[in-house]
Write a protein that binds this ligand. Structure first.
Ligand code: NIG
Ligand code: FE
Length: 391
C-alpha cells in the first residue's frame, strides 16, 4: 500500500512579538500578545502556537530574528479593478475643489475602454502591491462598469484574485441614464448577471451626492441582492449626515463603510447591531473631509474595522499600514486598537473567522514586520515594514 506523505510542516521561530487576536492566548489583551513565540503551519493552517521554548519539531524552520508577526491584514473594502488616473482631481482638491462622486464617470470611461488583459495586469499589480504591505485577504468591488456586461466582466476578473467579490452596480447613475430606470436595472437584469460572480452587494447610499442613491433606491437594490443570496454592505455617511448607517443596520448588513458623519442615533443603531463600522481614513486624507471618530464608536461598543478603500478617486493607496497610522493620529485609536481593527475587525466585516486571527485552525495568512512590535506600524509611518506571507 502506498502511503501519502503528509505535507511538510513549517516552524516559524524567533518571533519577537506575536499578535494572535485571541484573548485566551498570550497576555489576555484583545491582541492576545505573546513574546518570544513560535508558530507551526501545516497544510496552510496554523497547527500550533505558543512560547518558542515549547515549540514542537517541524520539517522546516524559519527564524524571524525577533521580528513581530501578525495576522495578515484583511483589506475588507477596495475597488481594485479600474483603469485610468484621476490625479488631477486630487490636485484640484488641494486648492479647494470638493469631492462629490462626479469623477467616477472618468474612471468608468477608462475602465470600459480597457480590455481584459489590461485590467488583469493592473489588478495583479495592485494585489501584489497590497501583499508587499502585509495584506493577505482582499475584498474587491465592481462599480466602474455600470452596465450589465461591464459590471459582470469586472466581477469575473475580481473573482480570479479573491472570493470576497462585491457587486457595486449601484455605485453612481451613469451619464445619460434615468435614475429610476438605472435602479431597476441594478436590482434586476444587472444583478442577475453579476450575482454568480459575487459574494456581496454594496450601494453608494449618499443623498448628498446627485450621482449616488437615496435610502429607498439603495434599499431596493439591497433587498433584491439579499434575495439573490448575496451578503450586504453599504457605503454610507461619507459626504454628509444621511440614512446609510441606519439602512445598513435595518437590513442587517455585514458592514457600513465610511461612517464619517454620524449622529447619536447612528451610533446607537450600530451599537445594538451586528453591523461593523468600517472606517476608511485614507479617504479623508485625500478628500479633506474630517476624519471619522473611531473613539466614539469603540466607546459605544461598536465593532470597528479599518480598510484602505483603494480606488482612483478618493483613496489611491493599497497600504493598510498607512491607514493604521492615520487611525491612530486622526481617529482616536491606540496602536493596539488600530491593528485589531485592520485584522480581526475587518475579518468580522467580511463575516470570516478563519482570517484576522492566529490560533490553531486559522489560515496561515501572516504579516511579518521588519520591526520588533506592531506599534511601529504607527510609530514609523511611511516606512515599508510589513510583508504579507501566505504559507
Ligand atoms: O468609497 N464613495 C464612493 N465610492 C468610492 C470612490 C469612488 C471614486 O471616486 O472613484 C469611495 O470613496
Ligand atoms: Fe469605497
Amino acid at each position: 500500500m502506498t502511503r501519502v506523505p503528509a505535507s511538510p510542516t513549517t516552524l516559524l521561530t524567533g518571533v519577537g512579538e506575536l499578535v494572535t487576536n485571541d484573548q485566551t492566548l498570550g497576555d489576555g489583551s484583545p491582541l492576545g500578545l505573546l513574546h518570544d513565540a513560535a508558530l507551526v503551519v501545516a497544510d496552510g493552517r496554523v497547527a500550533w502556537v505558543g512560547p518558542a521554548s515549547a515549540a514542537p519539531p517541524a520539517d522546516r524552520r524559519r527564524d524571524l530574528g525577533g521580528r513581530a508577526l501578525l495576522p495578515g491584514f484583511v483589506d475588507s473594502h477596495t475597488h481594485l479593478v479600474f483603469a485610468g488616473d484621476r490625479s488631477a482631481e486630487f490636485v484640484a482638491r488641494t486648492t479647494g475643489a470638493r469631492y462629490d462622486g462626479g469623477g467616477i464617470a472618468t474612471t468608468v470611461t477608462a475602465t470600459r475602454a480597457a480590455d481584459d488583459a489590461t485590467l488583469r495586469r493592473l489588478l495583479a499589480a495592485r494585489v501584489a502591491e497590497a501583499r508587499r504591505q502585509g495584506s493577505t485577504t482582499l475584498e474587491v468591488k465592481s462599480g466602474y462598469g455600470l452596465d450589465v456586461a461591464h459590471e459582470a466582466r469586472l466581477l469575473r476578473l475580481a473573482r480570479e484574485v479573491t472570493e470576497e467579490t462585491t457587486y457595486l452596480g449601484a455605485h453612481v447613475v451613469p451619464a445619460g441614464a434615468d435614475h429610476d430606470d438605472y435602479v431597476a436595472l441594478a436590482a434586476g437584469t444587472m444583478l442577475a448577471a453579476c450575482a454568480p460572480h459575487a459574494r456581496w452587494a454594496d450601494v453608494f447610499c449618499e443623498p448628498a451626492s446627485a450621482h449616488a442613491f437615496d435610502a429607498d433606491e439603495a434599499r431596493t437594490v439591497l433587498l433584491a441582492a439579499g434575495a439573490a443570496g448575496l451578503g450586504l454592505r453599504v457605503h454610507g455617511n461619507q459626504l454628509a449626515p444621511g440614512p446609510g448607517v441606519r439602512l445598513a443596520v435595518e437590513l442587517r448588513a455585514a458592514s457600513v463603510d465610511h461612517c464619517t458623519y454620524l449622529d447619536a442615533d447612528d451610533v446607537d443603531a450600530l451599537a445594538g447591531s451586528d453591523t461593523v463600522a468600517t472606517l476608511l481614513p485614507g479617504v479623508e486624507f485625500s478628500t479633506g473631509h474630517p476624519y471619522p471618530d473611531a473613539r466614539r464608536l469603540l466607546d459605544a461598543g461598536v465593532v470597528v474595522a479599518l480598510a484602505t478603500d483603494c480606488n482612483p478617486g478618493t483613496s489611491n493607496t493599497s497600504s493598510v499600514p498607512f491607514v493604521v497610522a492615520l487611525a491612530v493620529r486622526e481617529c482616536g485609536l491606540t496602536p493596539a486598537e488600530a491593528v485589531h481593527a485592520a485584522t480581526a475587525g475587518a475579518a468580522r466585516a467580511l463575516r470570516r473567522d478563519d482570517v484576522g486571527v492566529l490560533r490553531v485552525g486559522s489560515c496561515a495568512h501572516l504579516a511579518v514586520l521588519d520591526a520588533p512590535s506592531y506599534v511601529h506600524l504607527a510609530y514609523r509611518p511611511g516606512v515599508p515594514l510589513a510583508r504579507g506571507l501566505v504559507l
